[in-house]
Write a protein of this length. Structure first.
Length: 317
């Protein structure tokens, strides 16, 4: 669900105090938690909720809160686990630069995980039953899986579970949300694979695979609504909104992936990862529109400009 192991040079907020080459205080925590990336989280639950018959409500909002907490727990835990590696490759990060103590980052990860699980429990037992494996996947990824061949799959599973969390909180049964969960998981798998070695330079094959995945998802989005797939009803054509959002998804991710394929240098690979993360938002919005939830789609799409605005101040990776 997170991309905390990726790295690009952070952009300092205007007027931020600099100590040891980075922000201090709240700015350091914003950098540690990659606050702009938070805008990619609510769309998971909204896409999951859109796939079920019920109308999103208070429990959906609790699921979004749970997702946000678990996402940020993964960010803090990631930097705590990578503190020795970051000291060599990314000394500007908050922990190796000394702006945040490792113990503080680990405490934040534990507290955010507890808060996320508590919010999920308030959203109901079905949501809690999804949140527990989601939290376990986040911790397993940060503490070891990301350094194994199974790392991208674990990240994809976390994103898919986050979609199912929204469905479980809204309705209970999660089967209708399996299709959007799989599509978002596929996108996350591609982005994470590209990010594996971005500080040293990527691989043309990973960039090409991400580009092909983006093309395949763009073609799949207009074909059939997730709710129709789950219910076994005939497919209905996707409206103009869904087509526009699918095009926005492709436009956000495709060119940076192509550049990283042609020249997998660290700067272009990092740019491709950032674009892949930002493309999550129009993909989520397109999935909501595909399920016949235009309001959720528009709300999700509106997060894109906000993410771009804050990303100019704090790196999303």
């Amino acid at each position: 669900m997170s991309h905390g192991d990726t790295a690009t040079d952070p952009v300092d907020a205007p007027g931020a105090r600099r100590v040891g080459g980075g922000r201090t205080g709240l700015g350091a925590w914003a950098e540690l938690l990659r606050l702009p990336a938070l805008f990619t989280v609510p769309g998971d639950a909204l896409a999951g909720a859109a796939a079920v018959p019920a109308t999103p409500g208070r429990r959906t909002a609790l699921a979004i809160g749970s997702s946000l907490c678990l996402y940020e727990a993964g960010m803090a835990l990631n930097d705590w686990a990578d503190r020795d590696e970051d000291a060599l490759e990314r000394p500007h990060r908050p922990l190796p630069s000394g702006r945040i103590a490792p113990a503080a980052a680990l405490t934040a990860a534990c507290a955010l995980t507890a808060a996320g699980l508590a919010l999920a429990r308030c959203a109901g037992r079905p949501a809690f039953r999804v949140a527990v494996p989601l939290a376990a996947t986040v911790w397993a990824y940060d503490l070891g899986l990301k350094r194994t061949p199974g790392g991208p799959a674990a990240m994809a599973a976390a994103r898919g579970l986050d979609v199912l969390l929204g469905a479980a909180a809204t309705e209970g049964p999660i089967r209708p949300a399996l299709a959007p969960a799989a599509l978002l998981g596929s996108h996350t798998l591609a982005v994470t694979t590209v990010s594996r070695h971005e500080t040293r330079g990527g691989s043309p094959l990973s960039g090409l695979a991400a580009l092909v995945t983006t093309g395949a998802l763009t073609r799949l989005l207009p074909r059939r609504e997730a709710g129709a797939i789950a219910a076994g009803t005939p497919a209905r054509p996707t409206g103009t909104l869904g087509a526009v959002l699918a095009a926005a998804y492709a436009a956000t991710a495709a060119r940076p992936y192509l550049h990283a394929t042609l020249n997998p240098s660290p700067p272009l690979t990092q740019r491709a990862v950032g674009a892949g993360i930002r493309a999550t938002i129009p993909l989520q919005a397109a999935l909501a529109a595909r399920s016949g939830a235009p309001v959720s789609a528009l709300l999700t799409a509106a997060l894109g400009p906000l993410a771009a605005k804050f990303a100019r101040k704090v790196s999303v990776t």
